[in-house]
Design a protein around this ligand. Structure first.
Ligand code: ASP
Ligand code: MG
Length: 473
């Protein structure tokens, strides 16, 4: 019924100021002439970080940080509003809404500073304010372009579990709520403008889907509304063969598979939130990554099967904000619960494990987590293995944060012999030392760990080896 629905998500930089919002709203308004459209918006760039920083200051007892931030956000959003809406009479309802949200924020900061306690639930309420402030601005921008934009908070649409800071959607409940709220608006010709990043638990508490979660919001809603396609508008021209800041000859890839995109998302291309593709897998909805600053460029289309470019390797990627944790010592050889206990510990922290390596000698298990989770993981493991450390069953639990993961990705690497050989030969030739290696049996990704300063030379060597700058169309 909604097969021609376009779900369009605009990230922080695409709504970074009034002119960006106008440019993005124009994209929506143009599309809305032809098809029903629903927009999902992030907070203006940087706002979420500032909200979270001030929350931590309040937790330390600072009673001014929240007030100062509210003032700065008022100015920022009012300025954008004034630039977007020419007539001051139209501004009033949006101003009122912004004031209402900032007053709510001020109360949350006050409470936090008073109690010097910041629960995950309160942090969600605070960090979601950026999206809630942005959606009314975006809807107002649409109204100046002759489109009826209606700001909607995703707490009305996306039902999640109660895991604050990284909630998971509940598909059936989300589907029925979203359809009931959005379909009548679309039928009336309006464009709903939904806050990204947030949802609500079954009992109505606001939750967030994790940092960068607005991409995930777009696909959750796209799937719930049976959209024909999802377009993630960002500030880069799609998925590239490598990070162009490190590899100047990197190219946009016209079409990649879900699997490849997921590999790249997990492996630090940072174009997509890692969970983004999950909701669209069953229905096979295509997801585009496009540049809102260059809407004439097609970007990258992510489809169930992708398109072969020959040769197997599609892209390279690197993740830098990570740490390597090792649990080991000769005493763990043959102790069969070490692996289980290690990863039960990371699971309890919901610390995602990005790479695992254990050799058959079983002397050492090493794995990679985001730097943000590293210290907590280390402490939790030292607690879990306290007895074993005391009795020297486990002789060390260590962390190294000066490393990065580099990965070679491509669906057609499967069954193509020689990719690993070429990878390591090219690295060896350029003197890049490898600390750990992992290749899953899916064979769509070979990942390895190098020291931080070897990332760039490693990427350059591989980009050249696999001819990535010339092979794209
Ligand atoms: N504003 C949120 C964040 O910065 C969500 C997003 O932008 O996707 O994490
Ligand atoms: Mg993002």
């Amino acid at each position: 019924m909604n097969a021609n629905l376009q779900m369009m998500k605009f990230g922080g930089t695409s709504v970074g100021d009034a002119s960006c919002i106008r440019r993005s709203a124009t994209i929506v308004a143009e599309a809305a002439k032809r098809n029903p459209v629903t927009a999902v918006v992030s907070a203006m760039s940087g706002v979420t970080n500032r909200l979270i920083d001030a929350a931590h200051q309040a937790r330390r007892g600072d009673r001014e940080a929240g007030k100062a931030l509210a003032q700065a956000l008022r100015t920022q959003h009012f300025e954008a509003l004034d630039a977007l809406l020419p007539e001051s009479a139209q501004r009033q309802p949006v101003r009122d809404r912004i004031e209402f949200l900032l007053a709510e924020g001020a109360r949350l900061y006050e409470g936090t500073a008073l109690l010097q306690e910041l629960t995950p639930r309160t942090l969600d309420a605070i960090s979601s304010l950026g999206e809630r402030l942005c959606a009314p601005l975006f809807a107002a921008a649409l109204s100046t372009l002759g489109v009826k934009g209606i700001a909607i908070e995703a707490t009305e649409l996306i039902v999640t579990d109660a895991f604050h800071g990284g909630a998971e959607p509940i598909a059936d409940a989300t589907r029925s709520k979203s359809q009931a709220r959005i379909v009548p608006l679309l039928q009336s010709g309006a464009v709903p403008v939904v806050t990204g990043f947030i949802g609500a638990s079954v009992d109505g508490a606001l939750t967030t889907l994790g940092r960068g979660g607005s991409d995930y919001s777009a696909t959750i809603l796209g799937a719930a509304l049976d959209a024909g396609e999802i377009i993630i508008w960002t500030d880069v021209e799609g998925v590239l063969t490598a990070d162009p800041r490190l590899v100047s000859e990197a190219r946009t890839i016209p079409e990649i598979s879900y699997r490849e995109a997921a590999e790249l998302a997990y492996f630090g291309a940072k174009v997509l939130h890692p969970k983004t593709l999950r909701p669209v897998l069953p229905a096979g909805i295509p997801v585009w990554i496009r540049n809102s600053f260059a809407p004439d460029k097609l970007g990258t289309k992510i489809t169930p099967k992708g398109k072969s470019i020959g040769g197997g390797v599609k892209a390279l990627t690197a993740i830098r904000d990570v740490a390597l944790i090792a649990v080991g010592g000769p005493g763990i050889v043959g102790v069969t619960d070490v692996v289980g206990r290690t990863f039960s510990t990371t699971a309890a922290l919901r610390a995602e494990v990005l790479l695992i390596s254990q050799s058959s000698s079983q002397n050492d298990i090493c794995f990679i987590v985001a730097k943000a989770h590293a210290q907590a993981t280390l402490e939790a493991l030292r607690k879990e293995f306290a007895q074993d450390l005391a009795h020297q069953v486990v002789d060390h639990i260590t962390m190294d944060a000066k490393i990065a993961i580099v990965a070679v990705v491509g669906e057609n690497m499967r069954g193509t012999p020689g990719v690993a050989g070429r990878t390591f030969h090219a690295l060896g030739r350029d003197n890049v030392n490898i600390i750990a290696i992992a290749q899953g049996s899916s064979e769509t990704n070979i990942s390895f760990v190098v020291s931080d300063d070897a990332v760039k030379p490693g990427l350059l060597a591989l980009h050249r080896e696999f001819g990535l700058s010339s092979r794209q169309e």
